[in-house]
Design a protein around this ligand. Structure first.
Ligand code: HEM
Length: 325
């Protein structure tokens, strides 16, 4: 009996060890010994930020995407421009749009107070994005840790790697497959647009001009034009990416795609564009009908996107997320 129990324990230990190794370097237990309070500190910081402003959950989720798609999830997006350093904050997709830098600063300060020079900004963003989704009512997942912070940034890569709001399906598929993310990951991750807001300038052409396979539901277009987006002016006016519940992480976005009631052309491209093999259309229908399937696939895709990381001895652990050490 004792031998059997011992054998079961060994098997369980071996399974646990195998489960925590990703890319040979990352592990959910990475800071267990060096910063045991990390996950609760990040969670508390995010809970406060989301309670103050629900949109901040969406903003932090987007911050993670914009970090990971430019040279990996290395917190390069957090680096400030200086007289002799050009960061990513003023790249087209980020300028006057990306938000949440102060929230990450505040969490990093809390983490530094208990675990000095130990936890990377990149890992803080990865944990904060996970917490953002669950605080808004979405799924949760185990975050692999051990990312290192980049010592450089690339405004050019931010401009070229991040998809524009009028991107067509083939372009979206290519940009995601360039990062090792397939049509399923693209479709699931786009479901992030179930939360958050967009500026009129990003969706004006779609709600005024798109026709045929990219047409918008007429009543929806009339409503958004009148409420948030005149044909000229009001570029910065905001509208919720998902009209009914912009602060609830649910599968409403996919139902809106089927009904052609979304703001961004890039989103509508996933459903009914009439090009490609129809795989994104089938996924949109499946996620619209099954919230659990969406939640599971979204969590898995976030882990995959989060694994685009600098690890080992590359980069550094930044002391201040806004500048290299
Ligand atoms: C597939 C290609 C994508 C395109 C073309 C795209 C484009 C955009 C645009 C244009 C906005 C509005 C920005 C503004 O007006 O300031 C936006 C907002 C947002 N995006 Fe995406 N996005 C994409 C994928 C993603 C992914 C993969 C995520 C996360 C996993 C994400 C998360 C968000 C969130 C949460 C917001 C709202 C942010 C806020 O309210 O502050 N997006 N996106």
């Amino acid at each position: 009996m004792g031998t059997l129990l011992a054998r079961v324990a060994v098997v369980a230990l071996a399974a646990a060890a195998a489960a925590v190794v990703v890319d040979g370097q990352m592990s959910p237990a990475f800071y267990d010994a060096t910063c045991p309070a990390l996950q609760s500190v990040v969670r508390r910081g995010m809970a406060q930020a989301v309670q103050k402003e629900a949109r901040m959950g969406a903003s932090i989720l987007r911050l993670f995407f914009h970090d990971c798609f430019v040279n990996g999830c290395d917190a390069s997006v957090l680096l400030d421009d200086t007289a002799n350093f050009t960061g990513e904050k003023n790249a087209g997709p980020n300028a006057n749009s990306l938000r949440g830098y102060e929230v990450i600063d505040a969490i990093k300060a809390q983490v530094e107070a208990s675990c000095k020079a130990t936890v990377s900004c990149a890992d803080i963003v990865a944990l904060a994005a996970r917490d953002a989704v669950s605080l808004l009512g979405g799924p949760s997942w185990t975050v692999q840790l051990g990312r290192r912070d980049g010592r450089s940034a690339s405004q050019n890569a931010a401009n070229t790697n991040l998809p524009p709001p009028d991107a067509r399906l083939a372009d979206l598929l290519t940009r995601f497959s360039d990062k090792g993310l397939d049509a399923r990951a693209l479709t699931a991750l786009s479901g992030a647009h179930t939360v958050g807001w967009a500026r009129c300038t990003t969706f004006r052409t779609h709600i005024y001009n798109d026709t045929g396979n990219a047409a918008v539901d007429a009543a929806f277009a009339t409503q958004i034009r009148a409420k948030a987006c005149p044909s000229a002016g009001g570029d910065g006016n905001l509208a919720p990416l998902e009209l009914r519940a912009p602060a609830a992480f649910d599968n409403g976005y996919f139902q809106d795609l089927v009904a052609r009631r979304v703001l961004l052309r890039s989103d509508q491209e996933l459903y009914g564009s009439g090009v490609g093999d129809g795989s994104t259309d089938a996924l949109v229908r499946a996620y619209a009908a099954n919230a659990t399937l969406f939640a599971v696939d979204f969590a898995a895709a976030m882990v995959r996107m989060g694994n685009l990381a600098l690890t080992g001895k590359n980069g550094e652990v930044r002391l201040n997320c806004r500048r290299v050490n």
